[in-house]
Ligand binder design. Structure first.
Ligand SMILES: Cc1cc2nc3c(=O)[nH]c(=O)nc-3n(C[C@H](O)[C@H](O)[C@H](O)COP(=O)(O)OP(=O)(O)OC[C@H]3O[C@@H](n4cnc5c(N)ncnc54)[C@H](O)[C@@H]3O)c2cc1C
Length: 395
C-alpha cells in the first residue's frame, strides 16, 4: 500500500550545487522545500569535480553561514599564471579587479558543508531515491512521484518544481519547445590526483605545442593536474611515466621551474563540450545548473553558474511568495541566459586560447599565440580576462 501524498512548496530534483544552494536560499526566505537525490550521501560527498569558487560564490556561502570550514581550509588565490613559449606570466586578479580573488575549495567539500547544514536545519533531503517522475507541470499543483531508498512509492505535491538533476537528468526532457545549442571540442582532459606538495601556490595554465596542461592544488598534500588528450582516450593508454613526461614537457620553463612528482592515486578522462538549453521553464518546472547548460572546465565556471541560476530562481520564488507576483519567475530564463552566454563565451575563449587543436591551421596557431601575448602585455586585455575569471557581478 502506498503512503498518503505529501506536500511542500518547492520540490527539488538533485542534490548537486544548484539543488543544495537553492534549498538553503529558500530556507532563509522561509520557503519549504524537499530535495530528492538518486545517489547515496557517500557518493554525492565523494565525487571529485570542480574546485574554483568565484568571489561572489564565496561571499554567498559566508552570507548563508556556510563558509566557516571554507575560510579555514580553502586556498585564496590572488591570480593565475599563464605559461607559453617557456615563460610564465602572472595575472594579478586582485590588482586588476579592485580586490577580487578566487578560492580553491573542492566541490565535494562545498557539498559536505551544504548537506550537513541542511540536515542540521531539519530540512528534508532524501538520498537513494528511484524512479522520479514529473507530473501536471502546467497546472498550479505539479506532482513528483518517486520510490524511497526503502522501496516505498511516494507522491509529493508541490507549488513549483526545480529540475537541478545535472546534464544526464530527466527534467530538461520536460521543457517543451526548447532549442539546444551544442559544441563538441576535438580534445579532452586526462586528470590525475597526486600525493605531493604543491609545485606552485596558484593555478598554472600552460599552452604548449604538445597540448594544454593545468596545474592546480587541492590541499598541502594533494595536487590536481591535467593534460590535454584525445576526447575518447582510455586511461590505460597513459601509464604514470607517460603522464609525468608530458607534464614536464608542457609545463617546463626557460628559467628551470620544477614540477614535484608524487604517487598518482586517481586518473580519469573527461570529454569537453559546450551546451545551452534556451528555455529553462515549462509551466511550474524550472531547470537550473548543468541540467540547462554545460561549459568546458577551462574557465572554472560550471559550479559557479549553477549557483547563479539557484540565486535567480530563489529571487523569483521569494517575490512570488511575498507579493503573489510572477514577473520575476517569468523573467527567469532571460535573466539566467544573459549570464550563461557570457560564461559560455569565456569558457570557449579560454579553451580555444589554451589548447592545440589538431584541425587548427598554422595561421590560427599564430593568432592564439598573439592573443596570449596581448593578454599578458595589455592591462585592458588582462582585466577583461580577470573580471570574467573572478566572476561577473550577479546583477
Ligand atoms: C568530471 C567533471 C569535472 C568537472 N570539473 C569542473 C571544474 O574543474 N570546474 C568547474 O567549474 N566545473 C567543473 N565541472 C562542472 C561542475 O562540477 C558542474 O557544473 C556542477 O556540478 C553543476 O552542478 P549541478 O547541481 O547543476 O549538477 P550536478 O552536480 O550534476 O548535480 C545533479 C544531481 O542530480 C542528481 N540526479 C540526477 N538525476 C536525478 C533524478 N532523476 N532524480 C534525483 N536526482 C537526480 C545527480 O545524482 C546529482 O547529484 C566538472 C564536471 C564533471 C562531470
Amino acid at each position: 500500500m502506498s503512503t498518503p501524498p505529501r506536500r511542500t512548496q518547492v520540490g527539488i530534483i538533485g542534490a548537486g550545487p544548484a539543488g543544495l544552494f537553492l534549498a538553503h536560499l529558500l530556507h532563509r526566505q522561509g520557503i519549504k522545500s524537499v530535495i530528492l537525490e538518486t545517489r547515496t550521501r557517500e557518493e554525492v560527498e565523494g565525487t571529485i569535480r570542480a574546485g574554483v569558487l568565484e568571489q561572489w560564490t564565496v561571499d554567498l556561502m559566508q552570507d548563508l553561514g556556510l563558509g566557516e570550514r571554507m575560510r579555514r581550509e580553502g586556498h585564496f588565490h590572488r591570480g593565475i599564471t599563464l605559461r607559453f613559449a617557456g615563460e610564465s606570466h602572472h595575472l594579478d586578479f586582485e590588482d586588476l579587479t579592485g580586490g577580487k580573488r578566487v578560492t580553491v575549495y573542492p566541490q565535494h567539500e562545498v557539498l559536505k558543508d551544504l548537506v550537513a547544514a541542511r540536515l542540521a536545519d531539519g530540512g528534508e533531503l532524501h538520498f537513494g531515491v528511484r524512479d522520479v517522475g514529473l507530473h501536471d507541470l502546467t497546472t498550479d499543483r505539479p506532482r513528483l512521484t518517486y520510490t524511497t531508498r526503502d522501496g516505498e512509492p511516494q507522491v509529493l505535491h508541490c507549488d513549483f518544481i526545480a529540475g537541478v538533476d545535472g546534464s544526464q537528468g530527466l527534467s530538461r526532457q520536460s521543457i517543451e519547445g526548447r532549442t539546444e545549442y551544442g559544441h563538441l571540442y576535438p580534445f579532452g582532459w586526462l586528470g590525475i590526483l597526486v600525493e605531493a606538495p604543491p609545485s606552485h601556490h596558484e593555478l598554472i595554465y600552460a599552452r604548449h605545442e604538445r597540448g594544454f596542461a593545468l596545474l592546480s592544488t587541492r590541499s598541502p598534500e594533494i595536487q590536481r593536474l591535467y593534460i590535454q588528450c584525445g576526447p575518447t582516450d582510455d586511461v590505460a593508454e597513459y601509464p604514470d611515466e607517460r603522464i609525468w613526461s608530458e607534464l614536464h614537457r608542457r609545463l617546463e620553463t626557460v628559467d628551470g621551474w620544477t614540477l614535484t612528482e608524487g604517487r598518482i592515486f586517481q586518473k580519469g578522462v573527461i570529454g569537453m563540450r559546450s551546451f545551452v538549453c534556451d528555455r529553462m521553464q515549462h509551466g511550474r518546472l524550472f531547470i537550473a545548473g548543468d541540467a540547462a547548460h554545460i561549459v568546458p572546465p577551462t574557465g572554472a565556471k560550471g559550479l559557479n553558474l549553477a549557483v547563479a541560476d539557484a540565486v535567480y530562481l530563489s529571487r523569483g520564488l521569494d517575490c512570488f511568495y511575498r507579493t503573489g507576483r510572477q514577473d520575476g519567475l517569468d523573467r527567469y530564463t532571460e535573466t539566467c541566459l544573459r549570464r550563461i552566454w557570457k560564461a559560455e563565451r569565456f569558457s570557449w575563449y579560454m579553451t580555444t586560447l589554451l589548447h592545440t587543436n589538431p584541425a587548427e591551421s598554422p595561421f590560427e596557431h599564430r593568432i592564439r599565440l598573439a592573443d596570449l601575448d596581448y593578454v599578458v602585455h595589455s592591462r585592458a586585455a588582462a582585466t577583461a580576462l580577470a573580471e570574467n575569471y573572478v566572476g561577473l557581478p550577479l546583477d
